[in-house]
Structure formats: C-alpha cells, structure tokens
Design a protein around this ligand. Sequence first.
Ligand SMILES: [Zn+2]
Length: 298
Amino acid sequence: MENKASRLLRLTLKGGEARVFLCDTTAMAQKARDIHNASNTCSAAMGRMIAAASIMGANLKSEGDRITITINGGGPAGPICAVAGPDGHVKVTVEHPETELPLKANGKLDVGGALGKDGQLTVMRSFGFGEPYVGRVNLVSGEVAEDMAMYYLESEQTPSLCALGTLVSENIVAAGGLLIQAMPGCSDELLDQLEIRAELFGAISQMLSEMTLEEIVSGCFRGLEPEILEEIPLTLTCDCSREYIERVLLSMGESEIRDLIATQNGCEVSCHFCRSTYTFTGEELERLIEQGRQEAEE
Ligand SMILES: [Zn+2]
C-alpha cells in the first residue's frame, strides 16, 4: 500500500454534543515495528499505544507538555510505554518486543495476553514545570482500547468510546484509533446513534486499510453533523540526545559512574525508545563527573 502520512483529525458532532479524535498512525506503527524488531503481537500492542498517545497528545497545549501512558500488566512482553507531545511527536517502547503468542480463538493477535491484565494503566501529564499529574486505573483486559476507555471514565469522568487497531500482515497494513467523548448536555438521541454504530467503530483498522480519514468521517458519522476543526500531523520520533543521556548518567550518582569506569572503562547506553546507542569512554565519564561537581557547586 502507499505510504500515507500519519495524522489526526479533531472534530465535533451535532454542534459540539460530542467530540471525536480520529487518527491514522500506520506509518508510525511500521516505524516502531522496524526500530524494535517487534513480533506481530508486540507490533499490534505498540500500534495501539501509538494511537492512544497521539489522541491524548492532541489535547496538550504548550511546548514542553508531555503525556506518558504506561501499561504494566505483568504479561510476558513486560511494560509498554508511549509518550506524546503537543507537536504530534510520539515515541513508544516495550520491554520484550520479540514476545509472540498464538492467535486467539477469534483469529486476533493476543495483545492482552502479551501485556497482561494484572496491573494498572498509568497516565502522567507533565507541564514543563511543577508537579506532574498522575492518573491510574486497574487494567480491564490489557487490550489497550478498553483500558483507555476505563481511564477516561474513572479518572476524567468522561464517558468515552475508544477503538484502537493495528492490522498486521508481513508489515503493518493499517493502524490508528478513534475516541468519541460525550460532552455535558449530549442528547440521548446522539448517544443512541453512537451506541448503534459502536461495532462499526471497532473495525477501525479495517476501515483505515480501505479509506482515508475524511472518508471514515463521512461514512461513520453520516447524519451526525461531523465538523472537522483541526488536522494535526503525527510522527514517530525520539527526542533523546547525548546531553540527555549525560543527565541520566549524572542522576545515577558519582559512585555508580566510578563503578562503570573501574569495571568496564566506559559504558554504552541505549535509548529504550529509538534504540540509538551512546558510547562513553572512561575519560569521558571522568569529565562528566567533573562537570557534575562543578554544577553542584554553582
Ligand atoms: Zn531515543
């Protein structure tokens, strides 16, 4: 298939009775699959997390704001984490991306089995300064979309319909997500209409493989007065740098760094999100310790 650019549409229904976020994150899910050399099941899990983070990130306002979504369900794939900023930049990682499980009885990839459901979904919003806001809910299924819907309901008191999907073959065929939230004063008529179409929304990855976002909007929301307010371009990209890794090393403390110098005369640090490797020689670590001391004195 052609390489569609990842993007998100923000829209309203019935003049604002409900708001909708709809995204195509196919290219991002493919990039994540390649970076992490991920199994089909973990590609699907990351694809759903990328879409979830893209949708949440679309609500951030200022540069420096971040949303971090983590699912720690005790499954064999380990914790999975996605981070999004207000600029449509998203990154994702999973501890054991090679984890593969047999397909479920319904023929679907067993994302819930890989991530586990014995744990919590955590959402951290940080605002560049001050204490971050952290919200937590117990996992429903580890399938991501149900867990996100529970988060919106319990933590934000917003009834939400969430569909996240990744269609995997040799490569990622389609990936994306849909979030519909009823606003205060939403009519029963609209709620009924959305309820009736819930099954259609669940086939989001299938729809994305055949239609553009605009076609999905007019197809899914016919008669509900959809109005597109904004389009946000999305990219899977990492914001790590050598300076950032130096900060992480310094935060471990001098004795830990001394230990690295003594035992291996340097170190190699790999970024969990983009798998870039940063190498530090023993001499460079010595200089880093010196720099840390000077900063502490200032
Ligand atoms: Zn990185």
